[in-house]
Design a protein around this ligand. Structure first.
Ligand SMILES: [Zn+2]
Ligand SMILES: [Zn+2]
Length: 428
């Protein structure tokens, strides 16, 4: 057999022969077909019959909550990757919400995820496991069929999960678990809420899960490459909010154990933001980040951003003299009218042109994607974040200065919240 990367020795999955992830048959699954078909038909027919705007709102809220807390934080970042720690009762709630996605039970989902994850890191694997077929064929396969491997790999699940009575209960009853929330929805808003809050939500989540999985293995940006892997992960920037950050799949292939998926400036990751919030509430801790994971010889960076994690020595930390993040300090800076401002920022959210339009021609602008915050340097002091943008904007003239004075309290407050959430020792 090929020489396989050492990192695979730590995996739940193990094989003795590459054939065990290649040799298999894709077979029609009546269960999958009826489950999704039933949900989708009920969503379409019921959606027309019982349409209401409040039902529509319930669909958005319920789908968002289940994807964020359930799928992303519960099933994926906690149960499967154990990338952060939390009280057991929190874990049970988020994993329960993960079951609400309607894909499978928690243990079934873990097995399916890990089999794919392992197979994708090997030099070859079945097209089913790497979303390697054409769009429509992949849709049919993933949504209505199962892969029956002739000699499937062993998957050793640790007792923490395999012996947990609650997880075993959810595993055998996962379809029935749609019932309790559906009854609650019925009591709250009748059939309209049930159709939108359950049937439409499950349909959207199951189809969306496949869609993202298909694109995340076929097209999109990359910072990293896993050498000799059967398939690479791709980042799908446009789906960041929709997927609660799960779309940063190239980052995930590089650092599967990281609690944070959007690793660089502008890579919006609502799941990570929520974890930071839970951390403030004392409900989550022990986050594992790329720096905490064992090095992998097969991992290569293919752009400057990838370098910042894989070749950190090249990126010596600059140590500007930051001013204190206090309203008085910033108002004083505004009043003193510093000249010759120089702004450096990662341009993750706001690019060069919009920034130029905002701050005018007086400020020297430098885009540096490897930075993780915006900095404005005056002659001897440096300012950060939104308050620094206000300061730079004030260079445009007296009207802009008045606006900057008015916006500064909000800017400082927002920046203070952001700094207090940050894992790094603050600049506050
Ligand atoms: Zn993948
Ligand atoms: Zn994963």
């Amino acid at each position: 057999m090929h020489h396989l990367p050492e990192s695979l020795n730590q995996h739940r999955v193990s094989i003795t022969d590459l054939d065990s992830v290649c040799d298999g048959e894709v077979r029609f699954s009546p269960t999958k077909f009826l489950w999704l078909g039933g949900m989708a038909s009920a969503a379409i027919i019921g959606g027309i019959w019982f349409f209401s705007w409040s039902g529509f709102a319930v669909f958005f809220l319920a789908t968002g909550a289940v994807l964020l807390f359930g799928h992303s934080l519960g099933s994926h970042r906690k149960l499967i990757h154990d990338s952060y720690q939390c009280p057991k009762w929190v874990e049970y709630i988020v994993v329960y919400l993960g079951v609400q996605v309607g894909l499978s039970g928690p243990i079934g989902l873990l097995r399916a995820h890990d089999l794919r994850d392992y197979a994708q890191r090997l030099p070859i694997c079945h097209d089913y496991l790497r979303h390697g077929s054409s769009f429509w064929k992949d849709a049919w396969w993933q949504l209505c069929c199962d892969l029956n491997l002739k000699n499937p790999p062993k998957i050793a699940i640790e007792p923490r999960i395999a012996d947990d009575r609650f997880y075993r209960f959810l595993e055998t009853t996962w379809m029935w678990q749609q019932l309790p929330p559906a009854l609650l929805l019925y009591a709250m808003g009748g059939w309209s809420f049930v159709v939108f809050g359950t049937c439409a939500r499950v349909t959207a989540a199951v189809i969306g899960h496949w869609l993202i999985g298909h694109f995340a293995h076929n097209e999109g940006g990359k910072h990293f490459e896993v050498k000799d892997a059967a398939v690479q992960g791709h980042n799908i920037r446009l789906a960041s909010i929709l997927t609660m950050g799960e779309c940063w799949h190239n980052n995930h292939h590089a650092y599967p154990g990281s609690a944070r998926l959007g690793l660089f400036a502008g890579e919006w990751d609502p799941g990570w933001w929520t974890l930071l919030l839970l951390r403030r509430l004392g409900l989550a801790w022990g986050f594992r980040l790329p720096q905490d994971l064992p090095a992998r010889a097969e991992l290569q960076s293919i752009d400057r951003l990838g370098d910042t994690l894989l070749v950190p020595a090249r990126h010596g930390l600059r140590a500007p003299r930051f001013v204190k993040l206090r309203l008085g300090v910033y108002l004083e800076a505004l009043r003193a009218k510093p000249t010759k401002l120089r702004m450096e920022w990662p341009a993750g959210t706001l690019g060069l042109e919009p920034m130029r339009a905002l701050v005018g021609d007086q400020v020297e602008l430098t885009v540096d994607p490897t930075l993780d915050l915006l900095v404005v340097h005056a002659e001897r002091k440096s300012f950060v974040g939104l308050p620094a943008v206000c300061l730079a904007m004030a260079q445009r003239g007296w009207r802009a200065r008045i606006v900057a004075f008015l916006l500064m309290p909000v800017a400082v407050a927002v920046e203070a919240i952001r700094a207090s959430m940050s894992l790094k020792p603050g600049i506050v």
